[in-house]
Design a protein around this ligand. Structure first.
Ligand code: PA5
Length: 464
C-alpha cells in the first residue's frame, strides 16, 4: 500500500523473551478491545464509570467522521473559512500552548517549506507566513513579534501588510494564551481600528463550547469560530480544528491527513499482532521497560522536519502516562545533529534506553549530490556523486549497527515519504499507542490532573 507507516522491531526482538511476547498477547488484545469499546461508550453516550473519567477517546473515530461530512460538514466549513483568511492576510499569528500549539507546529515543520516564512507570497503559494505566540511567557519573544508586525505592516489596505490571529484554547482560560490574545488583539485593534470589520474578520478562535474564549468570541461576533469537541483531549486534538484549521490556511492537504489517520485507526482495529504497528510498538516498548528497565524512550528522528513531531509526542507520552509515579520518560533527538551531543551517552551511557528511529525513506525534494572539486583538499572526492539521502542512510544504518554491537536495542518507524497522509498516520499511530499502553498498565491516559498544581500557584502569585 502506498506510503503506509511500517514498524520494524527486528533489532529489538533479540532483547525480548519470546515467551514474554506470547504471554503479553491476551492483555494487549484486552487493551485494544477496551480502547475500541471506549469509543462506543462515548458515541452512545453511555454512563462512564467514575474511574474512567475523563474519557477523551473521541479522537479515534473523528478522522473517519469528518471525512464523511460529520459535525455539520466541519471539513468544508474549515476549508471555506481558511480560504477566506488566507486570501485576506499575509501573516498568521497562532496563539496557543500545549495541545493547542504542538500539533500545528509539528504539521508546519513537517510538511511546509523549511524556509516558509522567508519566501515571497507567490513562492509560498499565496498562503500567509506563520508565527507562534502564547506558547510561553517570554517578553522578548512577544515584543519581537509585535515589533516585526509593526515594521512589516504599515498599510492595512495592502494584502501583503495584513495580519490576522488564530487563537486556540480548548478550556478558553489558559493564562499564557489568554494573555497573548489580549496583547495581540490590542495590537490588531490599533492597526485596523477597534470594532472595524477587518479587526473582526481577521480573528479566528478555536475553542470549546463553553469558556472565557467562547464568551469573548460571542461578544466580539467573530464570523468564524471553530469548536474543539467534548471527548477529545488537548494533546489528542491535532486532527480537530486545532490543527486542521491553521494547516488549511497554510494550504496543507488536510483531507489527506485525515485519510492517513482514518487508515491507521482501521489497521489498528483489524490487523493481528505482528501486522499491527500500534500493538507491536506497544508490546516492544512495554516489555523492554518491564523486563529490562528501559524506561527512557528516545525517539530518534532522522531529519530536521520531524523535530516538532517528536516534541508533540514528548508531550503526548509524558502527560498521558506520567501519573502515579509511573510512566516512561520520552526524549526526542534529531539526527545526525544530536549524535554530536547525545550520541556518546546513547552508545555508552546507562543501559536504560529504548531507541526508536523515525525514518523517512524518500525526501520530498530531488536528492542533492556531493560535487567533485579539482583540488580535493577536503578529501571528499571519493564520495563525489553520493547524495544527501545516501549519506543519511549510511549514518542511520551505521548508528544502529553500533548500538546493536553495544547491546542496545533499537526499533524503527518507517515512512516511505513525509506528506500530509503520512503525517496523519503518524499522529494517529502515536495517539493510539499511548492510549493502548495506558490501558495495558492501568493508567488513564486521558486528563492531566498534575498540571493544575502549577496553574493554581501561578494565579495565586499574581494575586488572583
Ligand atoms: O493536553 C492538554 O489538555 C494540555 O496540554 C492542553 O492542551 C494545554 O494545557 C492547553 O490547554 P487549552 O487548550 O485549554 O488552552
Amino acid at each position: 500500500m502506498p506510503n503506509r507507516l511500517r514498524y520494524d522491531a527486528s533489532a529489538a526482538l533479540p532483547f525480548i523473551q519470546p515467551a514474554a511476547l506470547r504471554g503479553l498477547k491476551p492483555s494487549l488484545e484486552a487493551a485494544r478491545a477496551e480502547t475500541v469499546a471506549d469509543v462506543a461508550d462515548l458515541r452512545q453516550k453511555r454512563k462512564i464509570p467514575e474511574d474512567k473519567l475523563p474519557l477523551d477517546a473521541g479522537f479515534i473515530e473523528l478522522p473517519t467522521e469528518l471525512l464523511a461530512g460529520g459535525a455539520n460538514k466541519l471539513l468544508s466549513r474549515i476549508e471555506a473559512s481558511a480560504k477566506r483568511l488566507r486570501e485576506q492576510i499575509d501573516i498568521l499569528v497562532s496563539l496557543g500552548i500545549g495541545g493547542s500549539y504542538m500539533g500545528l507546529r509539528a504539521i508546519f515543520e513537517a510538511v511546509c517549506h523549511p524556509y516558509h516564512n522567508d519566501l515571497t507570497r507567490s513562492e509560498r503559494g499565496g498562503v500567509p507566513r506563520l508565527y507562534f505566540e502564547g506558547d510561553n511567557v517570554d517578553n522578548d519573544s512577544v515584543h519581537g513579534l509585535l515589533q516585526l508586525l509593526a515594521a512589516h505592516c504599515k498599510n492595512p489596505k495592502e494584502l501583503t501588510e495584513r495580519w490576522g490571529i488564530c487563537v486556540i484554547s480548548k478550556s478558553g482560560g489558559t493564562l499564557e494564551t489568554a494573555a497573548a490574545f489580549r496583547i495581540f488583539r490590542n495590537a490588531l485593534d490599533a492597526y485596523y481600528g477597534a470594532g472595524s470589520e477587518l479587526a473582526r474578520n481577521l480573528v479566528v478562535p478555536i475553542t470549546g463550547e463553553v469558556g472565557k474564549l467562547r464568551d469573548v468570541s460571542n461578544a466580539a461576533k467573530y464570523p468564524d469560530v471553530f469548536p474543539i469537541p467534548d471527548g477529545v483531549g488537548g494533546r489528542f486534538s491535532v486532527l480537530t480544528a486545532v490543527g486542521l484549521y491553521p494547516a488549511a490556511v497554510l494550504g496543507v492537504d488536510i483531507e489527506a491527513m485525515l485519510r492517513g489517520a482514518a487508515d491507521m485507526t482501521e489497521q489498528f482495529r483489524s490487523a493481528p499482532q505482528g501486522e499491527n504497528p500500534v500493538l507491536d510498538y506497544v508490546a516492544v516498548c512495554h516489555l523492554l521497560e518491564r523486563d529490562r528497565g528501559l524506561k527512557n524512550r528516545v525517539l530518534s528522528t532522522w531529519g530536521k522536519r520531524l523535530e516538532a513531531v517528536g516534541l508533540w509526542y514528548d508531550q503526548l507520552l509524558a502527560e498521558s502516562l506520567g501519573k502515579h509515579e509511573r510512566g516512561a520518560f520520552p526524549l526526542t533527538v534529531v539526527n545526525t545533529r544530536d549524535l554530536h551531543s547525545r550520541g556518546q551517552q546513547h552508545q555508552e551511557g546507562a543501559k536504560d534506553k529504548l531507541i526508536t528511529n523515525l525514518i523517512v525513506e524518500k525526501p520530498a525534494t530531488p536528492p542533492v549530490a556531493l560535487p567533485k572539486t579539482a583540488d580535493d583538499h577536503d578529501k571528499l572526492n571519493m564520495y563525489a556523486g553520493k547524495t544527501i539521502p545516501q549519506i543519511l542512510a549510511a549514518a542511520t544504518a551505521g548508528t544502529n549497527q553500533a548500538y546493536a554491537e553495544a547491546g542496545r536495542p533499537t526499533a524503527s518507524l518507517i515512512l516511505p515519504g513525509l506528506d500530509a497522509y503520512a503525517l496523519g498516520q503518524l499522529f494517529q499511530f502515536f495517539m493510539l499507542a499511548t492510549v493502548v499502553e495506558g490501558r495495558l498498565i492501568g493508567i488513564n491516559p486521558y486528563g492531566q490532573p498534575g498540571v493544575e498544581a502549577y496553574k493554581k500557584k501561578t494565579v495565586a502569585n499574581l494575586g488572583g
